[in-house]
Design a protein around this ligand. Structure first.
Ligand SMILES: Nc1nc2c(c(=O)[nH]1)N[C@H]1C(S)=C(S)[C@@H](COP(=O)(O)OP(=O)(O)OC[C@H]3O[C@@H](n4cnc5c(=O)[nH]c(N)nc54)[C@H](O)[C@@H]3O)O[C@H]1N2
Ligand SMILES: Nc1nc2c(c(=O)[nH]1)N[C@H]1C(S)=C(S)[C@@H](COP(=O)(O)OP(=O)(O)OC[C@H]3O[C@@H](n4cnc5c(=O)[nH]c(N)nc54)[C@H](O)[C@@H]3O)O[C@H]1N2
Ligand code: SF4
Ligand SMILES: [Mo]
Length: 739
């Protein structure tokens, strides 16, 4: 055996831990947390430990598949792309480009190749039918960012390492390891917060792993966080405890917001939220009195009917308590690939609407909740060809039971994915990316939400062999096909443009460190073994920590990152509010008119009767949405598909642990084993998403046996958050029966 080790950023979640990978030739022997990593300092979770198992999963595809009457057939790349070209050309010629659609899944946000190459693919497809997992996730935060700051990326991140008070709603980072909040090793950061006398408060219908570490846990009724936040504002306003701090002069709409909040006293929202008014008051006072504080809300608040209102109120509460953009408060991350000199125009959402249901566009996307409608409803613009990249919407999208037959009705479908799973089994062609260790890694997007700025890049640890294609090569070829010309020169030009195009723009841009220089001279200075690395080199060098192509010889570059695989720390978040406010008047809009109007809807719901049960979701430490149940060490034990319910509800219904129960919603029904637990609110049941693998043709041996049911057979695609079109996974009314 000749063993070697390499440093590798984990691509599996937003924590971006640095891992030390030991290999024997091309095979991974072991994976451990890299102690020298400047950001994660040795932390690793069970998924990271299994990165080698994922890399070597025998069910991973190594060659493309095409559909034949006898089933999938392994073919060479040229043959697969010929089928793709024929399929897409056929659709383009009959129903036009407007019947093309793209679905991008969650891993594309963690993928070195996908982020830059997909921009080109969307443009080449020439369609407004773009869907992503974001509308089953964080879209409300982007939409609220647009309304409040003018930018979808202006999303504040809790400064956990310096705060005195962290108020967390609908997030369980002890398990999820954080989202829109890149901070590896939550257990340590929470421990340090409490050791320095700070407090953690968790608002969650369930006493989660995170809530158990908190100083206070408020077991709120699902879907009512906006009411809770209004009550906190009302309480702080009526007791004169608000103090917006030094940025107050930038805030518009303060009086309007406070008068809207005034009727929502802790007593008034107590019934709807299920919270004791004394607890709401106590949290409000603690928040205002803390030397610094941050309010943060994630998936449990985004994927509800009032997701966008909740995200808005979180920003407003941070602002009005003086915690926005100050150390220890809610701050804005610094992306090392984005210079502050880059112009940004205010972005509006709802610039167009979906064809069938009239749902609003946001960030150029339409809500995934209406993907099935757009495929099945005839008429001009009906989706006839679908490209998916790293997504499994059959399991992850709401109303999942409708999507599978819809996919079968498509004229053509191509998936870029390593597995034959619940979604890709419907494809005409599957194009598999290479193994994890054969790809480089840099977190283009997550870097913007990190509590510290870090320069860190992982080159591939294993070379491609034979005729294997990198994911960048696959996406470039697909892009060229969509553009109508996929000669080797046309494909190569896509990569070259990633470097030359950026340089041409930057030399022309006033304020850029290379303004006025010769792009040819700069191009000769760029390093990197492929277009993707060269693109990264350019953006790092022109970013806030870069060498500016000579302006700062000690500054960052690809070369510097290759010399320091453990990362170069560029410090914590720093105040930079002026940079993230993109509205033309330079002001922070704390009371957008359309949200203010919607508060009347919240008021009308205050006295609504509650269904007997509402459904919420959960994650397990050893899960990753729908796609890691195929690794034997990650399934079973605590990672199982059960319906959790309170001990009291179980007793009332005569249900014991392991009994099969029937859960029925307005749109579907599943049968699943019951798991009565302590610490869950009565009237709330919890089912994890990402299960339901035992479908025909799914080639995931371990996952199929693990089975489980698709939680999204219960969620209603017809119910979405009004402003973002985001799916609603939490607070879904259900009935629960024994037997
Ligand atoms: N009920 C309910 N539903 C939910 C949620 C919930 O909380 N409750 N959560 C939602 C959220 S937050 C999200 S993000 C979505 C996720 O929704 P999706 O992104 O649609 O689903 P994933 O399960 O993440 O599937 C990822 C796919 O990418 C493939 N893949 C993995 N790595 C790579 C790679 O490197 N390259 C390529 N090309 N493919 C790769 C996998 O094989 C898999 O097919 O689910 C949402 N659905
Ligand atoms: N181990 C693991 N880690 C993951 C993932 C995974 O599948 N497994 N998925 C990744 C992805 S794609 C994402 S987006 C992130 C998500 O990361 P988080 O946002 O931390 O997601 P969860 O762990 O699902 O925690 C959501 C919490 O919201 C609570 N909740 C449900 N409804 C409500 C409500 O109405 N109000 C309030 N206040 N709380 C509510 C739930 O009980 C749950 O504890 O995790 C990422 N990390
Ligand atoms: S916490 Fe996330 S990034 Fe860290 S090892 Fe686990 S899956 Fe990978
Ligand atoms: Mo997500």
């Amino acid at each position: 055996m000749s063993l070697r080790t390499g440093h590798r950023i984990c691509p599996l979640c937003e924590a971006t831990c640095g891992l030390e990978v030991t290999l024997d030739g091309p095979q991974v022997v072991s994976v451990r947390g890299a102690d020298d990593d400047v950001f994660s300092e040795g932390f690793i979770c069970p998924k990271g430990v299994n990165l080698g198992a994922l890399d070597g999963d025998p069910d991973r595809l190594s060659r493309p598949l095409i559909r034949t009457p006898e089933g999938f057939l392994e073919v060479g790349w040229d043959e697969a792309f010929a089928v793709v070209r024929a399929g897409l050309d056929r659709v383009r010629q009959t129903t036009g480009r407007e019947s093309f659609a793209l679905y991008r899944g969650n891993p594309t946000a963690h993928n070195f190749a996908a982020v830059p190459y997909l921009r080109g693919l969307v443009a080449a497809m020439g369609t407004q039918q773009q869907y992503t997992a974001s509308t089953a996730d964080q879209m409300p935060a982007h939409v609220a960012g647009c309304a409040v700051f003018g930018s979808p990326m202006s999303i504040a991140v809790p400064d956990i390492d310096r705060t005195s008070y962290l108020l967390m709603l609908g997030a369980n980072p002890m398990v999820s390891n954080g989202s829109l909040f890149t901070a590896p090793d939550f257990p340590r950061r929470v421990r340090e917060l409490r050791n320095r006398g700070g407090r953690l408060v968790v608002v969650d219908p369930k006493r989660t792993e995170t809530a158990r570490r908190a100083d206070r846990h408020l077991a709120i009724r699902p879907g009512t966080d906006a009411l809770f936040l209004l009550a906190v504002l009302a309480e702080l306003s009526s007791t004169d405890r608000l103090n917006p701090g030094p940025h107050a002069g930038l805030f518009d709409g303060v009086d309007g917001l406070l008068s809207l909040a005034a009727p929502f006293t802790p007593e008034r929202v107590a019934g709807a939220t299920g919270l004791d008014p004394a607890d709401i008051r106590a949290v409000a006072h603690e928040l205002a009195d803390a030397p610094s504080a941050a309010v943060y809300g994630r998936i449990g608040t985004c994927t509800t009917r009032h997701g966008t209102l909740t995200q808005w109120l979180i920003v407003a509460l941070n602002a009005l308590t003086g915690n926005l953009d100050r150390a220890g408060g809610a701050m804005f991350g610094r992306n090392p690939t984005r210079g502050a000199y880059l112009p940004e125009k205010p972005l509006r959402t709802g610039r167009w609407h979906s064809r069938v249901r009239g749902l609003p566009e946001a960030l150029g996307e339409l809500p995934v909740a209406t993907l099935a409608d757009e495929i099945t409803e005839p008429g001009p613009g009906q989706i006839r060809a679908l490209i998916t990249v790293a997504g499994n919407p059959v399991i992850s999208a709401p109303g999942g039971d409708r999507l599978a037959p819809a996919l079968d009705s498509l004229e053509f479908m191509v998936c870029v994915d390593p597995y034959v799973n619940e979604t890709t089994r419907h494809a005409d062609v599957i194009l598999p990316p290479p193994r994890v260790m054969q790809s480089g890694h840099f977190d283009w997007l997550l870097a913007g939400f990190a509590v510290r700025a870090v320069l860190r890049y992982s080159p591939p640890l294993v070379d491609l062999t034979g005729d294997q294609l990198s994911e960048a090569d696959i996406l470039a070829r697909l892009t060229a096909i969509c553009a109508g010309e996929d000669s080797p020169e046309a494909v190569a030009a896509i990569g070259t443009k990633l470097v030359d195009g950026v340089l041409a723009r930057m030399v022309a841009l006033p304020g850029s460190p290379v303004h006025g220089r010769d792009p040819g001279e700069l191009a000769a200075m760029v390093t990197g073994r492929n277009p993707l690395e060269r693109h990264l080199d350019v953006l790092i060098r022109l970013g806030p920590f870069g060498d500016g192509f000579g302006a700062d010889p000690d500054g960052g570059s690809l070369q510097q990152m290759l010399e320091h695989p453990e990362g170069i720390d560029c410090g914590p978040m720093e105040p930079r509010l002026a940079e993230v406010v993109v509205h033309t008047d330079g002001r922070v809009q704390l009371c957008p008119a359309e949200y203010a109007a919607e508060v009347a809807v919240l008021a009308a719901e205050l006295d609504d009767a509650w269904p007997e049960f509402v459904l919420i979701g959960r994650r397990s430490l050893r899960s990753n949405n729908s796609w890691m149940h195929n690794l034997p060490d990650l399934v079973g034990g605590s990672n199982k598909c059960t319906l959790q319910l309170s001990i009291a509800d179980a007793a009332r219904l005569g249900i014991a642990a392991g009994d099969e129960v029937c859960v029925r919603s307005a749109v579907g029904e599943v049968r699943v084993p019951a798991e009565p637990i302590t610490g869950l609110r009565d009237g709330v049941v919890s089912l994890p998403h990402g299960w339901g693998h035992a479908l025909p043709d799914v080639a995931l041996d371990v996952a199929r046996k693990a089975g489980g049911v698709n939680a999204n057979a219960l969620t209603d695609a017809g119910v979405v958050d009004k402003f973002s079109g985001n799916a609603v996974f939490n607070g879904v009314p259900v009935e629960v029966f024994a037997g």
